[in-house]
Design a protein. Structure first.
Ligand SMILES: CC(C)(COP(=O)(O)OP(=O)(O)OC[C@H]1O[C@@H](n2cnc3c(N)ncnc32)[C@H](O)[C@@H]1OP(=O)(O)O)[C@@H](O)C(=O)NCCC(=O)NCCS
Length: 153
């Protein structure tokens, strides 16, 4: 793990929160809630992830982030979430730095293209870590496909 500065009392753990914890982190931090099937795929389908817990309670994640990527050159930062009572203590910054460090040390040799969609609460954090608005060079676009997929049964 990289040399990431965490406030005292917290530990940084490589990997992903359990499905229930992932769902709670998203809901409690104000991100769009997802169902258990979506959460299961999310926590098993990323390129890299890490989370923060209190040292005294290491099985209960209070913050997380992950990277969806191909390991070659294309990486998307996703699920940056810190429980409200643990925000503004540097946890989001520590997680983002750990994610970026992982790309620096484990991506294929060459330039890495790292993108994210920044909700308002995260914008300053991303800017401080070197992200720049892509417009007008490029315009981020998205679409939500309503009610896709099957229950998997
Ligand atoms: C966005 C988010 C992940 C940031 O996490 P965080 O842990 O609060 O972020 P940090 O503490 O590292 O930095 C946030 C601010 O706290 C400040 N800060 C850091 N340590 C601090 C401390 N000990 N005391 C006071 N402020 C502190 C930082 O300087 C920063 O200030 P600024 O934004 O005014 O420049 C978190 O607020 C969150 O989960 N928000 C809701 C979900 C969300 O919108 N996620 C982003 C999706 S794109």
């Amino acid at each position: 793990m990289s040399t990431v500065n965490l406030p005292s009392g917290y530990i940084l753990i490589e990997g992903y929160p359990a499905v229930e914890d992932y769902m709670h982190l998203r809901r409690a931090s104000g991100l769009t809630p997802v169902n258990a099937q979506q959460a299961g795929a999310a926590v098993s389908g990323a390129w890299y992830g890490c989370y923060v817990a209190e040292a005294a309670l290491p099985t209960r994640p209070v913050a997380m982030g992950r990277i969806i990527g191909d390991g070659g050159w294309y990486f998307i930062i996703a699920d940056m979430a810190v429980l409200p009572e643990h925000q503004r203590r540097g946890l989001g910054d520590a997680i983002l730095k750990a994610l970026m460090e992982r790309i620096r040390t484990h991506a294929a040799k060459g330039d890495a293209y790292v993108t994210l969609f920044a909700d308002i609460p995260g914008r300053r954090l991303y800017e401080k870590n070197g992200f720049k608005e892509a417009m007008p060079r490029e315009m981020g676009m998205d679409i939500v496909l309503k009610d896709v997929g099957t229950s998997g049964e």
